[in-house]
Write a protein that binds this ligand. Structure first.
Ligand SMILES: Cc1ncc(COP(=O)(O)O)c(C=O)c1O
Length: 458
């Protein structure tokens, strides 16, 4: 993980000008996307298949992907650093994934009975994450939902703790203080429990206590105030739904110790960091093994696959049927075949060495551009993931993240997009994902677009 910082000027007028000009170019390049959005609005609610696909200035409709590239329906090619919200560590149509999926499709895709591949996948996850027992699911949401259920089932307590600004999917218990506004968050030492979605009963929101990231005194106070009632805490070990916010030294080990002192459990949500921050995810990077870990996104090589791993003590409650971890498609042979290919043929040591070299190249070049143009920004990266933080000081929690002017990220996104690089939408929230199929030339285009963006502002 690396964090580097630099010195802020009022660029408001330049930002507004660039947003207008770059959005105009964006829309001009994509007439067929606009037409498809229009047509879709009659049959797909909001004209998209998931609400976060509704992005400004318009949704981009894709036709296909190959290697490190994706193609929109207007025929534009992009270096894909969106990675399908962080899932495409394999890139697109990776030969190992294609071969594994093709072989399994021809042998049947669903039985709801265990297949041998699942044991190979579980064994490799156990080796990488240092947790002995695993089960599977189909999405990050399902994985974190099982983690929360498990913590409650084991401790027979109802309260859970989550960190302000972390996203753990769209089940009720974690739809709290995901992206609250500055006037909603309340006192930093005891943040408000802000509902993050309509449709979640207050009675459930009340069971999710909120604490700041990197705030051990806050966690201790919360545990003491609710002694004997907290089942556990779920946290992104490296926050990745607020740009990238690394944990401070001792934070995660200190959290684990405090929770255990209070008879509570620690769950890492590695849905985003799993396999992307490194071969053993953030767990390997930070050197702290939680009681429960949740994986999804990248492990499936582009198919829906998720996993929950736990200590023997935790998973005993699943093994003995006390907590029934179920799902028709759990461990589905197609998902298992793709996940096996990811673990044994795609996310290899050699692939991580190549990604590290691209990461270093991108970060060094971005830092040079930031210095040369005197931008008030810095770069944060973790393995295949990285982002520019448009603020001179490092960000240590969600409150710091709230202070970032999102217009910088939007203009940067537009420059990259119009210049043939597809970053994830949603500005400062998201980060890039490099895949095992990206090349030096891809990174050079990425850097060249950043240089043009910086020059346009400064
Ligand atoms: C950290 C984290 N956890 C959980 C989820 C939910 O995953 P899914 O969208 O697969 O349900 C996400 C999705 O972005 C995520 O970023």
């Amino acid at each position: 993980m690396s964090v580097q910082t630099h010195p802020v000027r009022d660029l408001s007028a330049a930002l507004e000008r660039e947003i207008e000009e770059q959005e105009r170019r964006f829309v001009a390049r994509q007439p067929r996307s606009a037409a498809l959005s229009d047509r879709a609005s009659h049959t797909l609610a909001g004209g998209v298949t998931s609400s976060w696909q509704i992005t400004r200035p318009q949704a981009v409709w894709l036709s296909h992907g190959a290697g490190s590239k994706i193609y929109d329906v207007d025929g534009n090619e992009y270096v894909d650093l969106h990675g399908g919200y962080g899932a495409a560590l394999a890139g697109h149509a990776h030969p190992a994934v294609v071969e594994a999926v093709q072989r399994q499709v021809a042998r049947g895709t669903h039985f709801a009975q265990p297949t041998e591949t699942a044991t190979e996948v579980a064994g490799e996850l156990a080796r990488r994450w240092g947790l002995p027992l695993w089960r599977f699911a189909n999405s990050g949401t399902e994985a974190t939902m099982d983690a929360v259920h498990l913590m409650r089932a084991i401790t027979e307590r109802d309260l859970i703790i989550k960190v302000e600004g972390c996203y753990h999917g769209h089940h009720d218990s974690v739809q709290v203080s995901v992206s609250p506004e500055a006037d909603e968050v309340g006192n930093a030492s005891r943040p408000n429990q802000v509902p993050s979605s309509t449709g979640v009963p207050k009675a459930i929101t009340d069971l999710t206590l909120v604490v700041g990231f990197n705030d051990l005194p806050g966690l201790q106070a919360l545990l003491e105030a609710n002694a004997g009632n907290v089942a556990g805490m779920i946290v992104e070990p490296i926050m990745m739904n607020a740009g990238i916010i690394p944990p401070e030294d001792g934070y995660l080990s200190g959290a684990k110790e405090l929770l255990h002192q209070h008879g509570a459990l620690l769950a890492f949500d590695e849905v985003k960091t799993g396999l992307t921050a490194g071969p053993s995810g953030a767990t390997g990077v930070v050197g702290v093994t939680p009681d429960i870990v949740c994986l999804a996104k990248a492990i499936g090589g582009g198919l829906a696959s998720a996993a929950v791993g736990g200590t023997a003590a935790v998973m005993e409650h699943v093994a003995n049927g006390e907590y029934e971890m179920v799902g028709t498609f759990n461990g589905n042979p197609l998902a298992m075949a793709a996940t096996r290919a990811m673990l044994f043929d795609v996310a290899t040591d050699e692939a991580y060495r190549a990604i590290e070299s691209l990461r270093a190249k991108a970060v060094d070049a971005f830092e040079s551009v930031i210095s040369a143009h005197g931008l008030d920004a810095h770069v944060v990266s973790a393995g295949a993931k990285g982002c520019v933080v448009f603020r001179p000081e490092p960000v240590r929690d969600y409150r710091g993240f709230l202070e970032i002017d999102d217009r910088f990220n939007h203009v940067h996104w537009l420059y990259q997009h119009n210049g043939g690089v597809f970053l994830p939408p949603w500005g400062k929230v998201e980060q890039w994902l490099m895949s095992v199929q990206h090349t030096e030339a891809d990174i050079e285009l990425f850097v060249a677009n950043f240089e043009r963006f910086a020059a346009s502002l400064t």
